[in-house]
Write a protein that binds this ligand. Structure first.
Ligand code: PLP
Length: 402
């Protein structure tokens, strides 16, 4: 048989790596019904609890009343509405950029930008721990593809110094999705300027959460458009809706509109999503109490977890992994939590380096302290999570991701 798919699936199952979906029957939130069971969830990216916010939901319905459901065509045909336009303008204003352009998903935005900017005369320099969509975009672009050591600006410098490519694009996550740490963006800006390179940041986990008005890592580090020319953010995480955007100079945005194939050859996201997103951005910018609640939940969790001797990682964001080490132990811990009504994802190689399997706990502004207490209570009963148990911290910094 030429396409022996069954045996590959079988192998995955043997390795304990077969993936499958669970079915939710309730909205996103700290409490959800999955496959008919009630769970406390600590695995969502709805960091501000906006995915089911009444004002956002009402705006979505209003958007449907005005524009209907489907957008019917690509942006460049007749799928681009006044709502899409208003959202692009708001995203540009909020991030302090000249212009912004919408994509239907973050995955498409990353593929679209990198493949539009680079070809085989060029080079892309990516942090080793970048999101899969950035890596895929780099590979698809045909440019020389290099991965530098995680957050290691010296390593990046050395690679850039050796490059004779026409265009050099440095690409990094703003907040790393599996670790929760923040990229050293000011140093990366300096490095880019020294080598006449451009910096692109994927702010999927920072937009809405970082910065005084939630404008993300650019606001957090005060990075202007010339310092950080390519800023990408997603709308499906802290913003609570769907889609993504790239913000930058008017020239960059005009260029992407003409050269980014995942923008050109796809149906525009529904206009109602834009209307809902505008409502969500209003809450994000004018109500900082959600960001404050998230921060206090993060502090609360870290303090208590430390007292329990859990192996926290150096993260100050909503992503709070607990390092377990061994893949099987991580999976067992996740199953134990599930049996006690807690949904926490086990992250294993090859998603993270060998020996650094972890529980990826994500916190939200919507969590109540007593819910975090319940999580900690169950975590405290899992002996293998306590420090001193087969933990190899060294492998965290030296591990290589496939
Ligand atoms: C989730 C995510 C994406 C993809 O965004 P979608 O809108 O879900 O397609 C891209 N980059 C990072 C870092 C992400 O975490």
């Amino acid at each position: 048989m030429a396409f022996d798919l069954q045996s590959e699936l079988h192998l995955r199952r043997e390795q304990g790596l077969l993936r499958s979906v669970r079915k939710a029957s309730s909205p996103q939130g700290p409490e959800m019904y999955m496959d008919g069971q009630r769970y406390l969830t600590f695995c969502s990216n709805d960091y501000l609890g906006l995915a089911n916010h009444p004002e956002v939901a009402a705006a979505f319905q209003k958007g449907v009343q005005q524009y209907g459901v489907g957008s019917g065509a690509a942006h460049l045909i007749n799928g681009h509405t006044e709502a899409h336009q208003a959202l692009e303008e708001e995203l540009a204003r909020m991030t302090g950029r000249e212009a912004a352009i919408l994509f239907s998903t973050g995955y498409m935005a990353n593929i679209g930008v990198i493949t539009a900017l680079l070809n085989k005369q060029d080079a892309v320099f990516q942090d080793k721990w970048n999101h899969a969509s950035l890596l895929d975009g780099g590979l698809l672009s045909g440019g020389r593809f290099q991965r530098y050591l995680h957050n290691d600006v010296d390593n990046l410098n050395a690679r850039l110094a050796r490059s004779e490519a026409r265009r050099k694009l440095i690409v990094t996550d703003g907040v790393f999705s599996m670790d929760g740490d923040i990229a050293p963006l000011p140093q990366l800006v300096t490095c880019a300027q020294q080598h006449d390179a451009w910096l692109m940041v994927d702010d999927a986990h920072g937009f809405g959460v970082l910065g005084d008005t939630g404008a993300g890592c650019a606001e957090h580090f005060q990075l202007s458009q010339s310092a950080l020319p390519v800023l990408m953010g997603t709308l499906g995480k802290a913003v609570g809706t769907a889609g993504a955007f790239v913000a930058g100079s008017q020239t960059l945005i005009d260029y992407l509109m003409n050269f980014a194939r995942p923008y050109i050859y796809t149906t525009a996201m529904p206009a109602a999503v834009s209307v809902a997103t505008l409502a969500s951005l209003k809450i994000i910018q004018h109500d900082s109490s959600r960001r404050q609640r998230l921060q206090s939940n993060i502090q609360y969790f870290r303090q208590a977890a430390e007292q329990l001797g859990l192996n926290l990682m150096p993260s100050h964001t909503a992503i709070q992994p607990i390092l377990v080490g061994d893949a099987d132990t991580a999976l067992k811990a996740s199953e134990h939590l599930k049996a006690h009504g807690m949904m926490v994802t086990a992250i294993r190689p090859p998603t993270v380096p060998e020996g650094t399997a972890r529980l990826r706990i994500t916190l939200s502004a919507a969590h109540e302290p007593h819910q975090i207490d319940q999580l900690l209570q169950v975590l405290s009963t899992i002996a293998s999570l306590q420090s001193g148990h087969h933990l190899d911290r060294q492998s965290v910094s030296t591990g290589v991701r496939k």
